[in-house]
Design a protein around this ligand. Structure first.
Ligand code: ADP
Ligand code: AMP
Ligand code: ZN
Length: 214
């Protein structure tokens, strides 16, 4: 299965990605996670990316595309992959098409998770993540068993630097201007699977699996 997850910030891409990759046994490729890992390690890429991320802006295409291209050539992508948060611009989508063509493969579907901005802001502001294992929680909608601690490894949970209201609002605008056009881009190719992201996490997952297996 070769899947792209599309949707505004806070729609539930990362949450659904974890469940989808488990079901299909494919790697989860999140460009946001890759940048956060680089920031944590203090690499040159991380330093560059952080400047854009903290403002809620997109990291320039040149930096993102080469990372994904490299990642897709790795052995574990042979039987499929899930791209989460990439592509985010038409330019990135075109670059991905060129790469997939060169590899002689095609996407199976582009899952578009929809939710309105009021919900997105509430979800993003309440999001807490585990830096150790990458698990995502929500203080209200998906709380950990013990407050502030990851269920998997008991690591203290952390709020992303870009999950403050003002930055989330910018990220939603950036999504509308630069990423939303991808819905039409992939719809023209017959790949879009629209999913109502307002439903509870388990329901959204069931809808996605049904759509992918149709
Ligand atoms: P994205 O990767 O699209 O930015 P996440 O998967 O990180 O979004 O989800 C954003 C926040 O919303 C997280 O705190 C997550 O626990 C919560 N969340 C995700 N899906 C749902 C849902 N269907 N209902 C309620 N809360 C959700
Ligand atoms: P995410 O974890 O998907 O919410 O991404 C967090 C931030 O990382 C975004 O707000 C961007 O600054 C940056 N980012 C992640 N993926 C991309 C991408 N494909 N193109 C440009 N910037 C990205
Ligand atoms: Zn953890």
């Amino acid at each position: 299965m070769r899947i792209v997850l599309l949707g505004p910030p806070g729609a539930g891409k990362g949450t659904q990605a974890s469940a989808i990759v488990k079901k299909y046994n494919i790697p989860h490729i999140s460009t946001g996670d890759i940048f956060r890992a680089n920031i944590k390690e203090g690499t040159a890429l991380g330093v560059q990316a952080k400047e854009y991320m903290d403002k809620g802006l997109l990291v320039p295409d040149e930096l993102v595309v080469s990372i994904v291209k490299d990642r897709l050539t790795k052995e574990d992508c042979k039987n499929g992959f899930l791209l989460d948060g990439f592509p985010r611009t038409v330019n990135q989508a075109e670059a991905l098409d060129v790469e997939l063509n060169a590899m002689g493969i095609k996407l199976d579907g582009v899952v578009n998770i929809e939710a309105d901005s009021q919900i997105l802001i509430e979800r993003a502001i309440g999001r807490r993540i585990c830096k150790e294992c990458g698990a995502t929680y929500h203080i209200k909608f998906n709380p950990p068993k013990f407050e502030g601690l990851c269920d998997n490894d008991k690591t203290p949970l952390f709020q992303r630097d870009d999950d403050i209201e003002e930055t989330v609002a910018t990220r939603i605008k950036v999504y509308e201007n630069q990423t939303q056009p991808l819905i039409e881009y992939y719809d023209k190719k017959g790949l879009i699977l629209n999913v109502d992201g307002i439903k509870p996490i388990d329901e959204v997952f069931n809808i996605i699996v049904k759509a992918l297996e149709k």
